[in-house]
Design a protein around this ligand. Structure first.
Ligand code: PRP
Length: 216
């Protein structure tokens, strides 16, 4: 039987994703931490998986290099790839927000003569376009909160989880406009070719999520 390949997201979703897979009985042979290996297998369940940067997960799945992906809704909205989103995993919850110094609120009411720093330039562009605003959008790759502090941007569009990074830097949420959580996505051809196995996996994942919620 052919292995089903999972693309998982490195970083903040990793622990809960591995706990969810373990809840379905899927475990890798080797430990993630002590190895430079990139691809791991669970031969018993004919599953293999790898960790990738969040923004790359939809590409691996759309292209069929992975059958299944676990990734945040923020990344799916930014990347807009052609794949099926089959399950809301309910963890990795955060909000997508416009944030900045409290004075930033007045700027947002202008027609668009301001600068926005974001790891999510597409989401930011669409948010402002809906409001008939076309600010300059600057693509950043991390530590986005720096941008208003050092004068690179007037506001940022970013995910806010606990709010502690904003608070520690004197910034506030100006408009929280999207609820985000981790999702399971499936390659379109894989969904047809391996419908039975993938549907069974979706069912087991849903059950594992319910059990994990009940256990707190
Ligand atoms: C994310 C996000 C914020 C922070 C929000 O960054 O871009 O900076 O987390 O979390 P909080 O509301 O709980 O403070 P991440 O930690 O992923 O790192 P990065 O800035 O390097 O992208």
């Amino acid at each position: 039987m052919r292995d089903l390949t999972f693309a998982l997201t490195k970083g903040r979703l990793a622990d809960q994703t591995l706990a969810l897979l373990a809840g379905c009985g899927i475990r890798c042979e080797d430990s993630w931490e002590d190895s430079r290996k990139l691809v791991f297998t669970d031969p018993k369940h004919h599953v293999r998986f790898f960790m990738a940067k969040a923004a790359d997960v939809p590409t691996y799945v759309e292209q069929g290099a992975a059958d299944i992906g676990i990734v945040g809704k923020d990344v799916l909205l930014e990347e807009q790839k052609d794949l099926y989103e089959v399950l809301d995993l309910g963890f990795g919850k955060c909000r997508m927000a416009v944030a900045g110094f409290p004075e930033g609120e007045a700027l947002l009411r202008q027609r668009g003569d301001f600068r926005v720093g974001s790891k999510y330039p597409e989401i930011a562009r669409r948010y402002f376009l809906d409001r008939h605003q076309q600010p300059q959008i600057l693509k950043l790759n991390g530590s986005v909160e720096l941008a208003p502090i050092v004068g690179l941007a007037d506001v940022i569009v970013d995910i806010v989880e606990t709010g502690s990074t904003l608070k520690a830097n004197g910034l506030v949420v100006l408009d929280a406009f999207l609820e985000i959580s981790a999702r399971m996505v499936v390659n379109k051809a894989s969904m047809k070719l391996h419908a039975e196995r993938i549907n069974e996996l979706i069912r087991r994942m849903s059950e594992a999520l319910t059990r994990m919620e009940d256990e707190g």
